[in-house]
Each structure stands twice: as structure tokens, then as C-alpha cells.
Design a protein. Structure first.
Length: 355
């Protein structure tokens, strides 16, 4: 009787195959993208298109929700709203203090981003830093509106993330669960790499702020986000990688957009998201080594389409292709500056070595 019971338990608790684990993650990824896009594009609150980008990042980077994810969200919401309120209080009237505050917040985002446990907070912080003060220059009230919209997108992404794992929990054995690694760099190294990333991005950001080039908002935001990826790594190699993902994402977005122009229906939009999610999700979860490439393609696609669909302008074609051009400009700028900086750093290391 005892032997039969053990055999029955063994049959019931047969460990899932690797294929079953991957299929569950792909299915959860696709369902999450469709649900996030349906909410974001259907309701359309401020910066709603960011919610699918956040959720896609969660589903690739984290296999299970944790209390730390919630605490990051709450902290990110608080900081975002505070930035919006401080901007609306009139700090944009003082250019030098504004730029100093901007550089300090960007440095903080770079420093935190190099700790894998703080990736989400650092990403939201960088978006808030790039957008809110700039919006505040145009209209103080707009900064608060965008801040609340960004925080709302974060809440929607985390709630969907938790709900998806409640309905479709990860079936990987405990010893295969993804664990966030500790920071691989020391405090001094993180400070140095943060300053290096700030050197790459801040000059062009300060230029945009000083001349108030409103048409380059997306370019500025992308430079800030792309520069996060260069912190703690060989910036020229990362910049080339980011250019590749953005080119692929841009090409996919062009095909998607042209199909959507021919069949301008909401269900067709979600059907295309489902198809692309299946293709890219399969690549992401079946080829972990190349996951960052395909996840980057999806992020570029979602930002391009989301920002265009959310636009109230009737010139959607012009806006769409202008956004693609802006992202390409941001990537090229990152490559050029990263190449110069890496070359200078290499010469410094050679000089120190010869001494």
C-alpha cells in the first residue's frame, strides 16, 4: 500500500519538462502584452504606452513577483510625483539649478541601475527625469499630468504582472528560478561608470533643455534610457548592440504600422501584437543568450507604435517616421560619443600601464 502511494505521488508530481516551462512563459508573455496594449491603447491615460514596455521588461527579467518589486514601484511613484510637483512649483525658471538637479538625478539612476535589484526603479527615474522637467518648461501643470500618468503606467504593469503570475504561475522547479544577482561592481567602480554614462548623455540633454527643442523629446528620452545600458559595460559595444535592436525594432514597426494603416481596427492591432509577441517571445525564452536583443526589439516597437497611437495629431504618418528618425539619431549619437570616450579611456589605461 505504501509503495503504491509513493508511485502515485511520483506520478502526480512529475517535474515539468523544459519545453513546458518555456511554453508557459511564452504564453504568459503574449497574454500580458495583449492585455497591456488593450488597456493602454483602449483607455489612453497620460504616457499609457509605457505600461506595455514596463510589463514586457518584467516578464523577461523576472519570473516571479516579489515584495521588492512592489516596494520599487511605490518608491518610483513617490519620487516621480515629487519630481512633477517640484517642477510645477517653478524650478524650471532657474536653468542652472534645474540642470544641476537633472545631472544629480541622472547620476543616481545610473548608479542604481548597476544593481540588478534596482533596474525597474532606475528606469522609471530616468524616464521621469527626462520628461517631467522638460514638460514643466512648456507647462507646469503638464509635468504633474505626465508624472501621474507615468506612475499609473507603473501600477498597471505591476498589477498585470502579479495577476498573470497568479493565473499562470511559473512551473520551473525552485532550483531553476531566476535569482537576481548581487552587484558585480564595487562602490567606486559604480561611481566611475555612472560618471562615464553621465558624460555620454548629459551634454546633449543640456543642449536640448537650453534651446528647448520640443521636437526632440523622444530622442532625449531614448538617449537617457540607452545610456542606462552603457553603465558598467563597454559603452561602444553596447551602443552598437542598441543600434542593432533599434534598427530591427524600427523595421518591424514600419511593417506593423503600414498594415495597421491598411486595416485600422483595434482588434487587428491586438492581433498583430499577438503575432509579434509569439514570434519574439519564442526567440526570447528559447534563446536566453540572445534574449536582450529580441526584448530590445519589442521595447523599440512598443515605444514607436505606442507614442504614435497615443498622439492626438492628425499627421500620424509624419510623426511615426519622425520618431524612427529620432531613435536612429539617438543611437548614432551614443555610438559616436561612446567611441570617443572608450578610446580616451583606453589611452589612459595604456599610459598608466607604461608608468
Amino acid at each position: 500500500m505504501s509503495d503504491n502511494s509513493h508511485e502515485l505521488v511520483a506520478d502526480i508530481y512529475t517535474p515539468p519538462t523544459e519545453q513546458a516551462i518555456v511554453q508557459r512563459r511564452i504564453f504568459r508573455y503574449v497574454i500580458g502584452l495583449v492585455a497591456a496594449c488593450a488597456l493602454a491603447f483602449g483607455i489612453g491615460w497620460g504616457l499609457s504606452f509605457v505600461a506595455p514596455v514596463f510589463l514586457a521588461k518584467f516578464l523577461v527579467d523576472h519570473q516571479k513577483p516579489t515584495s521588492h518589486t512592489i516596494s520599487q514601484l511605490l518608491l518610483a511613484m513617490t519620487v516621480t510625483v515629487l519630481i512633477g510637483l517640484s517642477v510645477s512649483a517653478g524650478i524650471t525658471q532657474y536653468p542652472l539649478p534645474l540642470l544641476l538637479l537633472l545631472s544629480l538625478l541622472m547620476f543616481t539612476a545610473y548608479y542604481l541601475f548597476m544593481d540588478p535589484q534596482w533596474n525597474f526603479f532606475a528606469t522609471i527615474l530616468m524616464i521621469a527625469v527626462m520628461l517631467l522637467p522638460f514638460m514643466g518648461i512648456i507647462s507646469p501643470g503638464l509635468a504633474v499630468y505626465i508624472g501621474v500618468g507615468l506612475a499609473t503606467s507603473g501600477v498597471v504593469a505591476v498589477l498585470l504582472f502579479g495577476l498573470l503570475h497568479l493565473v499562470l504561475p511559473d512551473i520551473a522547479p525552485i532550483n531553476k528560478e531566476q535569482v537576481q544577482p548581487a552587484p558585480s561592481l564595487t562602490h567606486d567602480q559604480r561611481v566611475f561608470e555612472s560618471l562615464k554614462a553621465l558624460t555620454i548623455s548629459f551634454p546633449i540633454i543640456a543642449y536640448f533643455y537650453y534651446f528647448q527643442i520640443t521636437g526632440a523629446i523622444l530622442t532625449m528620452a531614448f538617449i537617457g534610457l540607452l545610456s542606462l545600458q552603457t553603465a558598467g559595460q563597454k559603452s561602444i559595444k553596447v551602443s552598437m548592440f542598441l543600434l542593432l535592436t533599434n534598427i530591427i525594432g524600427g523595421l518591424v514597426a514600419i511593417v506593423y504600422y503600414e498594415l495597421l494603416v491598411m486595416v485600422p481596427h483595434f482588434l487587428f492591432l491586438l492581433s498583430l501584437i499577438t503575432l509579434i509577441g509569439l514570434v519574439l517571445g519564442t526567440k526570447i525564452f528559447n534563446e536566453p543568450a540572445k534574449a536582450p536583443i529580441w526584448a530590445g526589439v519589442m521595447s523599440a516597437l512598443l515605444v514607436l507604435l505606442g507614442s504614435t497611437i497615443a498622439s492626438d495629431s492628425k499627421l500620424m504618418d509624419d510623426n511615426f517616421y519622425m520618431r524612427i528618425a529620432q531613435i536612429m539619431m539617438a543611437s548614432i549619437y551614443m555610438i559616436v560619443v561612446s567611441f570617443i570616450l572608450d578610446k580616451w579611456q583606453y589611452k589612459q589605461e595604456v599610459t598608466k600601464g607604461s608608468e
